[in-house]
Each structure stands twice: as structure tokens, then as C-alpha cells.
Ligand binder design. Structure first.
Ligand code: AMP
Length: 291
């Protein structure tokens, strides 16, 4: 069917009902300013469903007052063209007023321990905003499958936990991180990087790769992995600060103290200039036989 861009909840609900007979619906929530990482989610949804919906919504509830809500890059026309080329059927592009009509939102989804660490430590209300808007979108779109990127590993873990704890219908599908050729994880905020900062930015992935290589060479002690990541990051002068380096259980996000098991998540957030870069890898220990 031809791509439809829909801005109201009522109209989206009608389109969703009309699409029901066609088969399963896959849903890709985004904040727009799309890149190949987002499109990989649409491709996966396209491969697995009869109907594909995406949303473009920069969610005010997940930005703190000092963050970049106003400056967050936006280009909905280009986004719609990219979504159309990727074979998306429905685009939900509501205004903030449509998503948060008066009276002021009073009921939120508040994730607990899983959201208190890593990103949540620096941004206390961030995952409350994310979980709330994702549940709102899921209630509007009612997908059979919904697609998130491993790029935002803690976000995927929070959504997984929310879906489990609140009996959200439909299945979460987490898709691999899409990277630039030099390893930098694609992200809408990468446009904030100056040319010099952009050249330095792959250090984030190099730090994660250092942890992965140590694992492969038989050193799985989590403190050693964190140390290797920190050493790599500190060697890059344009890294203005390291927010955290973490080796954590991928489901609970609790820091691992002993040896990292196969499937643990190594992650980091750093400031390069004024741009905060966030990345992770899932550690594999082939020699451990998947222990
Ligand atoms: P955002 O627009 O940043 O909220 O991202 C929308 C979705 O795309 C989220 O599920 C992200 O995890 C996912 N995503 C963003 N960047 C990438 C990437 N480089 N690779 C894979 N998925 C991504």
C-alpha cells in the first residue's frame, strides 16, 4: 500500500484497524533524523510482517530542561522519503500536544533498579520518559512486533523489562547496532561532532573492542575489562570526560564483579567535545563454550 503519514491518534487507530486483515504489524519507534541504523530496524520489520509502521516523535518527556530537546536534529520530510524507500506503510508523526494533551500527564511508567544505573544515573527521569512514551505508542499502534536497536542497550533492557512486568502484548525484537566503516555507532546526534571530534569518535568502539579482545584472549575479569576500556578512552585527548565504563549483566544491568559471562554487556558513555556518545557491545567468550 502507498505510504501514509498520520498525525493524529484517532486516525492512526483507524488505519491500524484497516490494516488488521492484512496480517501482522511491525512497529519501529524513532525520534526521526533517520540514518541506516533506523532503516535496518525497518528492513527487519519489513521482512517479518505484512504491515510496517514507524513513528517519528521527539519525546519531550525524556529530555531534562538542560538537554537538547529544542536543538535535537529534525528533518521529517527526508525521514518520510527514507521510510517510503524502505517500504514502510504507515508513519505516525504526532505533535507534542497530540501525545501530551492537557491536563498535564500525571501517570508515568517508572522503571526501577534497571533504570537507576548507567544512563539513568546521569539522567534520572530519562527512562521514565522513554518507558512512558513507548507504552503510549504501543497502546496506539498495537503492533505484533516492535523493533529496538541494541545501540541503546539499556533502553532495550528497560523496554524488555517493562514488556515483561506490565504484560505488554506483542514481541520485542532487538536488532544489531549499525556502525560507520570506522566503527562509530550511527546516531542522530553524531551531526553535533566537529570534523576533528568525528575523527576521534571511533575511540568509543575501540574501547569496547579492547574489552571484547581481552575476553577472547581469556581475560574475562570484569574489572580488567573496564580498565582496558578506560585506558583506551583516556588515550584520546578529545575525550573530555568519561561518564561511565561498565561490564554488566545484559538483562539486569547490574555491574559484574567477577568474570564476565558470555552475553554480558560492555558499555560506555563519554563526552567528545560537548557531544555525549553512547555505545555497547555484547561480549562473547567462544572459548568458554557459551558459559
Ligand atoms: P532514536 O531515534 O535515537 O530514538 O532511535 C530509534 C531506534 O533506532 C532505537 O531503538 C535505537 O536503538 C535504534 N537505533 C539508533 N541508532 C542505531 C544504530 N546505529 N543501529 C541500530 N539501531 C539503532
Amino acid at each position: 500500500m502507498p505510504l501514509r503519514v498520520i498525525t493524529t491518534i484517532a486516525e492512526f487507530r483507524r488505519a491500524r484497524e484497516d490494516a488488521r486483515a492484512a496480517g501482522t504489524l511491525g512497529f519501529v519507534p524513532t525520534m526521526g533524523y533517520l540514518h541506516a541504523g533506523h532503516i535496518s530496524l525497518v528492513d527487519r520489520a519489513r521482512a517479518e510482517n505484512a504491515v510496517v509502521a514507524a513513528s517519528i516523535f521527539v519525546n519531550p518527556a525524556q529530555f531534562a530542561p538542560n538537554e537538547d530537546f529544542g536543538a535535537y536534529p529534525r528533518d521529517p520530510e527526508r525521514d518520510v522519503a527514507l521510510l517510503e524507500a524502505a517500504g514502510c506503510d504507515l508513519v505516525f508523526h504526532p505533535s507534542p500536544e497530540e501525545m501530551y494533551p492537557p491536563p498535564e500527564q500525571d501517570v508515568y511508567v517508572t522503571p526501577g533498579d534497571i533504570a537507576a544505573r548507567l544512563e539513568g544515573a546521569a539522567r534520572p527521569l530519562f527512562f521514565r520518559g522513554v518507558a512512558t512514551v513507548v507504552l503510549k505508542l504501543l497502546n496506539i499502534v498495537q503492533p505484533d512486533r516492535f523493533y529496538f536497536g541494541q545501540k541503546d542497550g539499556q533502553q532495550a533492557a528497560v523496554i524488555r523489562r517493562m514488556a515483561h512486568d506490565l504484560n505488554v502484548p506483542g514481541a520485542l525484537v532487538v536488532c544489531p547496532t549499525v556502525r560507520e566503516p570506522d566503527g562509530l555507532a550511527m546516531a542522530s546526534r553524531n551531526v553535533y561532532l566537529s570534523a576533528e571530534e568525528r575523527r576521534a569518535a571511533p575511540v568509543v568502539h575501540r574501547a569496547l573492542t579492547a574489552a571484547q579482545q581481552l575476553c577472547h584472549s581469556g581475560e574475562a575479569r570484569a574489572d580488567r575489562l573496564r580498565e582496558a576500556m578506560r585506558d583506551t578512552l583516556q588515550a584520546e585527548p578529545l575525550v573530555a570526560s568519561i561518564d561511565y565504563v561498565s561490564v554488566a549483566d545484559a538483562l539486569t544491568l547490574r555491574e559484574i564483579e567477577g568474570a564476565a559471562a558470555d552475553g554480558a554487556m560492555a558499555s560506555t558513555a563519554v563526552l567528545i567535545g560537548r557531544t555525549r556518545l553512547l555505545d555497547n557491545v555484547i561480549l562473547t567468550r567462544p572459548e568458554a563454550g557459551g558459559e
